[in-house]
Design a protein around this ligand. Structure first.
Ligand code: ATR
Length: 474
């Protein structure tokens, strides 16, 4: 058989796989290439030979044979059945100690299952989150590898080399065992949903409150991008709002249909939040807001029918209103991130992953969609206290939010009386007031549960579990 020299292999050469392969080659690695349909492999080599050294193979067997040991094979095909099909074809050709990397968007329970199956055969399986889309894959993504620490020792340097860098620090680190990498990528996407929904609510408030046009609102976002909110998503928002539709000459967003779609990672994040009992209300509201936008029959039945009974907008000081919206957006964003990091902590404990939350914020600073200056502050918070129970309660974030709480309340109240739906702003404020409350009305819930179901309750004045005989009260 052929003598393997390639340092890394990529199978699945659609857009993402092709760009990852080119990125490896540009960093000086000899890259083995494979794709089910050989034409894709050939076109990559023909078009991008200048990127570096590629070793194309038509068969999976030749592809495997072209790799140096321990072999490192990156699979970049659709999540689900296609990934299993490729693993099934690949695994019999591999030898003990080889490393299989799934860089697709797998659901983390699938990654846990695959890791266990390959470990049985003496292979490493590294489920890896890759964020940043096509552009990131080519020029530097944020990379979130799971799997064994042993596999990271040889694979990690290659992944770090092709990852985005911020201040010279790679946006790639070993997340934790088995499914930890894909889990963290999932939460990243959930946070992205929340971030986008909050931005959309801010836009909607400025549109209604000020009667501002899309390009005018774009200027507000461009200004915000020079402060605490500086981030890729705010920058993108400013650009999108400034964009003119070529066909009509109208602001682009005004001709885009208002039904948001989703591929399902938000839903996975929310489902897991429910499984773990973590209130990720920002992500959940963002996911449900997309669902509501796409609920055409319900919206048609309600539009123009359900009474609004709203006040007329009257904003005498637009500058002050814009600043209130900015502060409400920032505070709500801190809540969404705080909740997402709570979910990572809960999963880490539940699945035995020992995830360093500060390191997650660090590798999200570049390459990915939620990249932002703000993430440095999160890393610093976990450096101050690795076991921080609540990101919101870190002194920096407590002070940052305190500065905007009054504005946040004004905005949520204004949204309510003027009939602008702000599920993420509103629920984030409700979470903030809930988590800081001295006493929540859960006492009444427990009393009710004991009344109708003898579910028992605990007391404020004594240890133990109690049940009251309610028969005399009925
Ligand atoms: P895109 O939509 O950008 O083309 P995609 O559909 O997400 O990308 O991924 C398609 C990739 O998965 C392709 O490399 C495809 O191989 P082909 O080029 O032969 O179509 C690969 N793929 C999908 N299903 C597969 C399977 N069952 N076995 C092997 N490769 C598969």
């Amino acid at each position: 058989s052929a003598v393997g020299t390639a340092q890394i292999g990529v199978t699945g050469l659609a857009v993402m796989g092709r760009n990852l392969a080119r990125n490896f080659a540009r960093h000086g690695y000899t890259v083995a290439l494979h794709n089910r349909t050989f034409a894709r492999t050939q076109s990559l080599v023909a078009e991008h030979a200048a990127d570096g050294t590629f070793v194309p193979s038509e068969s999976m067997a030749d592809f495997v044979a072209s790799l140096a040991r321990p072999r490192k094979v990156v699979i970049m095909v659709q999540a689900g059945a296609a990934t299993d099909a490729v693993i099934d074809e690949l695994v019999p050709l591999l030898e003990e100690g080889d490393i299989v990397v799934d860089a697709g968007n797998a659901h983390f329970p699938d990654t846990i299952r695959r890791e266990a199956a390959l470990r049985e055969r003496g292979l490493h399986f590294v489920g890896t989150g890759v964020s940043g889309g096509e552009e990131g894959a080519l020029n530097g993504p944020s990379i979130m590898p799971g799997g064994t620490a042993e596999s990271y020792a040889s694979l990690g340097p290659i992944l770090e080399a092709i990852s985005a860098k911020v201040d010279g620090v790679p946006c790639c680190t070993h997340v934790g065992p088995d499914g930890a990498g894909h889990f963290v990528k999932m939460v990243h996407n959930g946070i992205e949903y929340a971030d986008m929904q909050l931005i959309a609510e801010a836009y909607d408030l400025l549109r209604h409150g000020l009667g501002a046009s899309a390009p005018e609102i774009g200027e507000v976002f461009a200004a915000w991008n020079t402060g605490d909110l500086e981030s890729y998503l705010i920058e993108v928002t400013a650009e999108v709002l400034a964009h003119t539709d070529a066909a009509t000459g109208a602001p682009f967003v005004d001709v885009v249909a208002d039904a948001a779609e989703q591929k399902g990672t938000g839903r996975w994040t929310v489902q897991n939040g429910l499984d773990l009992g973590v209130p990720i209300t920002g992500i959940a509201e963002a996911t449900f807001a997309r669902a509501l936008s796409g609920s055409a029959p319900q919206r048609a039945a309600a539009r123009g029918v359900l009474p609004a009974d709203t006040l007329e907008w009257n904003v005498p000081e637009p500058g002050a209103f814009i600043e209130d919206v900015r502060l409400a957006l920032y505070a709500s964003k801190v809540v969404a991130y705080s909740q997402g990091f709570d979910q990572i902590a809960a999963a880490s404990a539940q699945y035995g992953w020992d995830i360093d939350r500060g390191a997650m914020a660090r590798i999200w600073r570049g390459g990915c969609i939620i990249r932002a200056k703000f993430l440095d502050r999160i890393t610093q918070a976990y450096e101050r206290d690795a076991n921080l129970p609540l990101l919101l309660a870190d002194p920096y974030f407590t002070a940052a939010v305190a500065n905007g709480v009054a504005a946040w309340r004004r905005i949520v109240a204004a949204a309510a009386v003027h009939g602008v739906p702000t599920p993420a702003f509103s629920s984030s404020l409700a979470y903030y007031d809930g988590v800081r409350a001295d006493r929540l009305p859960a006492n009444l819930i427990q009393a009710q549960r004991d009344f109708f179901g003898a579910h028992t309750y605990r007391r404020t004045d004594r240890d133990g579990t109690f049940h009251t005989d309610w028969s005399g009260d009925r």
